[in-house]
Design a binder for this molecule. Structure first.
Ligand SMILES: Cc1ncc(COP(=O)(O)O)c(C=O)c1O
Length: 352
């Protein structure tokens, strides 16, 4: 059949999300979800929610959430935009700042959705390679970004788990002549973050999600903050009611229970360090992680083989083909029981 699509759409394969298998008794460590439920206060709100309210449209700009997020990063409501997950915000950001004339610069490897969004815009992607052995960042990122209009720093990075230094990020924000997006999807698990750079520089956006540290990947909620002019521009691109009423209420209940969220995060970080030690003892090369996952290369460097062996035992992790990434597995930190089962299967394969 003749194609009626724009040539850019015909040319792309589309983003492939991590698998959401339906099998029971599966150990699912493949999409960096939180192994713990959201705050008990979320259950309370759900229990008391009157369905009659769903007749009405939600607040189009989710102002109650904007106020809360603004207060948490020392900014104003006007500096915040809410998205239906941070992927929704990424779509707005690519539509706003990239085109066939306006390239995007990203580090490599990084979140594989970015090139797909660039392709939809017909925008060129300038890839800035991370170190092949330890995924550290090059000092000359700004000059390597060439004429890009948007530069994305994923901090901490996915799928590698490491962090660009704050000094380097600050230098990029200062020197890059374009928009710098700092994607902080995993910053709940790192020692520091870059929220202050969104206030310091007019060209900087920081983006966060409820999918990882906040245990609400199923809800679809993210937010971005930065200079009011940038936020106003993005507001023009957003769907009128991009975040539904229930999501707004549940996200609020979860966000205010900071003590609970931080307790879950502390547990995950401590289990991450334990798993990193255990994998290293088995001969894995483990990249130091500031996230809720580990990027680890099995002793034989065969990421694909190890992925398949785990899958056979109903333990699902993520494998990214490629000359460098193909040596590794990305393993989400689960509950202690789930991590122990993963390790048991790996011991059968690698223990001497
Ligand atoms: C680096 C990064 N950014 C953004 C996202 C998207 O998150 P969300 O669930 O908020 O759309 C992910 C999801 O895995 C991610 O890894």
């Amino acid at each position: 059949m003749k194609s009626y699509f724009r040539k850019e759409i015909d040319a792309i394969a589309g983003y492939v999300p991590g698998e959401q298998p339906k099998l029971a008794n599966l150990i699912k460590l493949n999409t960096n979800e939180n192994p713990y439920p959201p705050s008990p206060q979320v259950t309370e709100v759900l229990r008391n929610f009157d369905p009659d309210r769903l007749r009405r449209y939600p607040d189009p700009t989710a102002d109650a959430l904007r106020e809360l997020f603004a207060a948490s990063v020392g900014m104003k409501r006007e500096n915040i935009i809410i998205g239906n997950g941070s992927d929704d915000l990424l779509t707005m950001i690519f539509r706003a700042f990239t085109s066939p004339e306006l390239p995007v610069a990203i580090f490599d490897p990084t979140y594989s959705l970015y090139p797909v969004l660039a392709a939809m815009q017909g925008a060129k992607v300038i890839k800035i390679a991370l170190d092949r052995e330890n995924f550290s960042y090059p000092e000359d990122a700004v000059s390597r970004a060439g004429n890009a209009n948007l530069l994305i720093i994923t901090r901490p990075n996915a799928p590698t788990g490491n962090c660009a230094s704050r000094e380097l990020v600050r230098q990029i924000c200062r020197d890059f002549d374009g928009i710098v997006l700092i994607d902080e999807a995993y910053s709940d698990f790192s020692l520091d973050n870059c929220a202050d750079l969104a206030a310091e520089f007019d060209n900087v956006l920081v983006m966060r999600t409820f999918s990882k540290g906040s245990s609400m990947a199923g809800l679809r909620l993210g937010y971005a903050f930065g200079n009011e002019n940038l936020i106003n521009g993005l507001m023009k691109l957003k769907d009128s009611y991009n975040v539904d009423m229930l999501s707004q209420e549940l996200a609020k209940a979860n966000f205010v229970d900071r003590a609970y969220r931080e307790k879950c995060v502390r547990q995950i970080v401590s289990d991450r360090e334990k798993l990193a030690t255990d994998l290293t003892a088995l001969g894995f090369k483990v990249i130091p992680s500031s996230t809720n996952f580990l990027f680890a290369a099995p002793p034989d460097g065969d990421g694909e083989g190890c992925f398949a062996a785990l899958r056979e035992k109903a333990v699902i992790v993520r494998y990214f083909p490629g000359e460098i990434t193909g040596r590794y597995l990305r393993i989400t930190i689960g509950t202690p029981t789930e991590n122990a089962r993963l390790l048991e299967v790996l011991k059968e394969r690698f223990a001497k």
